[in-house]
Design a protein around this ligand. Structure first.
Ligand code: ATP
Ligand code: MG
Length: 862
């Protein structure tokens, strides 16, 4: 019997009705159609479904099988034309050169492919290690599995702080609030309820019984039936239409532009050479082959591979140092970063928060404040903040004020706009709204206060002033406070809503100690010395933050509160930014605004944070950095994950990122000087010589050996001073470098032409061999001068680089004396030529050293 399809067509999200059925159809129908039950799927069934539906990843671009990706590399028009031309010449009788061309092309493709593939596989493994997990019911048990393993029909559990992994229909829910700003733009939590919405509910607003991939759970819990996954989700549709891929960074653009620049010059040059050869009535096929070989040789075809391998190597290096890289390109962003914004808790403090005491507004120990704090923290279903954890691990209130007697009725969850959370709770016949949050606001919302003895009094101006003084005193001592208040409500009051948070009775403060992290001050100093300015963006109040800065020995240039920030236009904010190092009482949107303004000022901005409130800023920053234990949304938005919550880890990543940028720059500088020089020489040779300056296969071999010498660059050492400041990409520097050092290498090519003709009376084969060897040896060895700004012998290259460069230079020298050399038309060179060559190499390196000295003096920032 044939298996029926797993679910029928109407569930397909491609049609609007298909999408709406997620919340309109009765849950029972969805379960039947998906052949699932509230107990979830079996592992075997899920394994089968993942074959049908693919992985649950809206942004995933299916990675083609390896053989296909390999063949894809032959798509380059140059390579195809070259192969066609050599096939033509094979048909004309020159089979050997076809075999050689094909072999060289295949070899360099394999080299390129294997390197890049290995790098990508390693990085993919790293990324998997920090993948976000979902709790799904499989085989009757709740298991934790990577989000991309979910399939339609899975039953998942959701809790505060979770990222919703797929479009799902609620089966059960309790106080569930989600932030679906990503889909609707609405920054406040939206409530969701399991149940039937009826056939008319429209849009995300109407979908109160469904949750969507990419949104996050603010508070509460739920179980839900996964209906759409991956590209089938609403987010997947967005991803497809908006191409959620991050825009290319300055570095990527710069590297790409360099590639295009060389390519353009190469095409011009090749056309020129072709025209000259044909004008001089040289054999057409050979001229075309030569031009194509030149074009292949002159394009920086290794660039993408060098880039990937350098970044991947840095990623592996960082993994050893407790940093996991999720987005490879973030490595050079962190190398270029000049401003790091960070939140406070956990980065500047130990995040081992303790509850010191609960006091009334006037400073006396208050059992009532403790009771309310405790009930509020215990009942709140949001992601438990470190403050809640501190309250819950302190000795619970006992005696008449037994917290266990209180039962939760409802909740108005925490959000970072209000900065408070309300719990509606009941004890016997007494029903109260118990609120806890930022003290300033709590005090504003109160009109009475409760003394430690349990007496309620009117909150007149003098009482208000006295309570504010208590709070200021604590803050100045660096103690963090939450305000605690409550209000009696009628017994028929069923739900807690934000509008109820008024006319409260102020019960006092919960006072916390969050000790500063001993090493933070030092690390911030080190970052500043390395050209990275640190700004702190905290939701906490100014006095606590100031006290912390003082304790860490950090100067404060200027402060700004969220309130002040909200009155500034973007332009005014940009004007003030350079003076401000501390932003206090800022909400998530304001954190985001600061990041965007810094970017507009031209800074490369990093953001380090771990909360739901940090996610927008993490997204917007050039480098989002989060930590292993952070909220899912924060980890999902980040580019780097620190396995150890410490600023010093960031400093390591900064240095590593700068190394990566510098090593890619070495390749580019090498390429811009040698490729450009070669082009000039080839153009001159085409006009001056009665024959081809090199055979096409010699050009290809020359290029292959040069490329091999470059593959060690990602491993090279980088001078200390080269990582002392942010490593930014500078296109103009590359162009200038090319214009100076390209012609310099051509000078020696011309000298070689002269020497070969005049002193050695060279014929075609000897000339070609002589130039082959000279150009290869000088191109390879100049890496020792170009890789550093120091004098040549002042910087030690990595042994791998030194070994491969020297080894391949020696290979170039002996090749003409071998049978392999003979296949390529190389002939033995007279001994005297090597004397000339030694002198030429020495003179060339010396000249490059001198030019380097003046170049870097003239353009120090390059
Ligand atoms: N669990 C909670 N209950 C009540 N109020 C809270 C709770 N957590 C935080 N708040 C209030 O919200 C404010 C901002 O939250 P939080 O300190 O987490 O912001 P932040 O920007 O992440 O700060 P930080 O820089 O310290 O990490 C706090 O200062 C506090 O007043
Ligand atoms: Mg925080």
């Amino acid at each position: 019997m044939q298996q029926p399809p797993l679910h029928s067509a109407p569930l397909r999200p491609a049609t609007p009705e298909g999408r709406d059925r997620l919340w309109r159809a009765p849950l029972a129908d969805l379960l039947t159609e998906l052949k699932s039950t509230p107990a979830g799927l079996t592992g075997a069934d899920a394994a089968q479904r993942i074959e049908t539906y693919g992985p649950n990843d809206a942004a995933a671009v299916q990675r083609a099988p390896n053989w296909l990706r390999f063949l894809n590399r032959f798509k380059s028009p140059l390579v195809i034309m070259l192969l066609v031309a050599s096939a033509l010449s094979a048909a004309a009788g020159d089979v050997a050169s076809f075999v050689i061309v094909a072999a060289i092309v295949a070899f360099s493709m394999i080299l390129d492919f294997v390197q890049e593939n290995r790098a990508e596989t390693a990085v993919e493994a790293l990324r998997r290690s920090v993948a976000i997990d979902a709790a799904a019911r499989r085989d009757g048990r709740t298991v934790s599995l990577p989000v991309d393993r979910l399939v339609p029909g899975d039953v998942i559990a959701l809790g505060a702080g979770d990222l919703v992994p797929a479009d799902a229909r609620l089966i059960e829910s309790k106080d569930l609030f989600v932030n679906q700003a990503l889909l609707t733009g609405e920054p406040y939590p939206a409530e969701k309820l399991a149940g039937e919405s009826g056939p008319d509910a429209a849009g995300f607003a109407g979908a109160i019984n469904a949750v969507f991939a990419g949104t996050s759970v603010i508070s509460g819990t739920a179980t839900a039936l996964v209906v759409h996954t991956g590209h089938g989700t609403a987010l997947g549709a967005l991803a497809a239409s908006l191409a959620l891929k991050p825009p290319a960074t300055a570095f990527e653009l710069g590297v790409r532009r360099f590639g295009m620049l060389i390519l353009r010059i190469a095409i011009l040059m090749v056309l020129f050479v072709l025209v000259v050869n044909i004008a001089f009535h040289r054999p057409v096929l050979e001229s075309v082959m030569f031009a194509l070989a030149l074009a292949v040789g002159l394009t920086p075809e290794l660039l993408p591979m060098i880039l990937t391998v350098t970044l991947a190597r840095s990623a592996l290096e960082l993994a050893k140092r407790k940093v996991v890289v999720k987005r490879l390109a973030a490595i050079h962003d962190i190398g270029a970063m000049d401003t790091l914004c960070t939140d406070k808790t956990g980065t500047l403090t130990e995040a081992r928060i303790d509850l010191v005491k609960c006091i009334d507004g006037l400073g006396a120990d208050s059992p009532h404040a403790l009771l309310y704090a405790f009930v509020n923290s215990r009942c709140e279903s949001g992601m438990k903040s470190p403050l809640d954890e501190a309250i819950l691990k302190a000795p619970p209130p006992a005696g008449v004020l037994d917290a266990a007697a209180w039962h939760k009725i409802d909740e108005a969850p925490f959000d970072f706009e209000r900065r408070r959370v309300s719990i509606l709770a009941e004890n016997g016949g007494e029903r109260r709204l118990i609120v806890k949050g930022a003290p300033e606001e709590m005090l504003r919302l109160s009109n009475r206060y409760l003394t430690a003895a349990g007496e309620e009094r009117v909150l007149d101006d003098s009482a208000r002033a006295a309570i504010t003084a208590t709070f200021d005193g604590l803050s100045r001592d660096g103690q963090r406070c939450l305000g605690i208040a409550s209000r009696s409500v009628p017994a028929d009051h069923l739900s807690a809503v934000i509008a109820d948070e008024t006319e409260l009775v102020f019960a006092g403060f919960a006072v916390f100690l969050d000790p500063p992290k001993a090493t933070a001050g030092e690390t911030i100093g080190a970052l500043a010395a390395a050209g990275v300015e640190v700004k702190v963006l905290t939701g906490d109040n100014e006095q606590v933050a100031r006290h912390l800065f003082a304790a860490l020995g950090l100067p404060i240039l200027g402060t700004m509160t969220g309130e002040q920030l909200s009155h500034l236009s973007d332009e005014a904010l940009i004007g003030q930014l350079p003076k401000i190092t501390l932003f206090c009482r800022v909400n998530p949107q304001q954190k985001l605004r600061v990041i965007l303004a810094l970017k507009r000022l031209g800074h490369v901005v990093g953001y380090l944070g771990d909360g739901i409130n940090d996610a927008p800023a993490l997204h917007a920053a050039d480098v989002g950095i989060s930590v292993d234990g952070a909220a899912d949304v924060a980890r999902a938005a980040a580019d780097l994950i620190l396995l150890e919550h410490d600023l010093s880890v960031v400093l390591r990543a900064v240095v590593q990122g700068r190394r990566a940028v510098r090593n890619v720059a070495k390749y580019v500088f090498m390429g811009s000087s040698s490729n450009f020089g070669n082009m000039l020489s080839m153009a001159l040779a085409a006009v001056l010589l009665p024959f081809l300056p090199m055979l096409p296969i010699q050009v290809l071999l020359n290029n292959l050996i040069y490329d091999l010498s470059q593959t060690a660059l990602p491993f090279d050492r980088v001078d200390e001073e080269a990582t002392a400041t942010p490593a930014k990409w500078d296109n103009r520097a590359v162009e200038r470098f090319m214009l100076v050092f390209g012609p310099l290498s051509s000078v020696f090519d011309l000298a070689t032409f002269y020497v070969l003709f005049r002193l050695f009376d060279a014929g075609e084969a000897l000339f070609q061999t002589g130039w082959f060897v000279e150009s290869l040896v000088t191109q390879i060895l100049v890496v020792f001068a170009i890789r550093t700004r120091r004098p040549l012998f002042g910087s030690r290259p990595h042994p791998l680089l030194a070994g491969s460069a020297l080894g391949l230079a020696v290979l170039a020298l002996i090749l003409p004396f071998t049978p392999v050399g003979a296949w390529f038309g190389l002939v033995p060179l007279p001994v005297q030529f090597f004397f000339y060559l030694a002198a030429a190499v020495a003179a060339y390196l010396l000249l490059v050293e001198i030019a380097k000295h003046f170049f870097y003096r003239r353009y120090p920032v390059a």
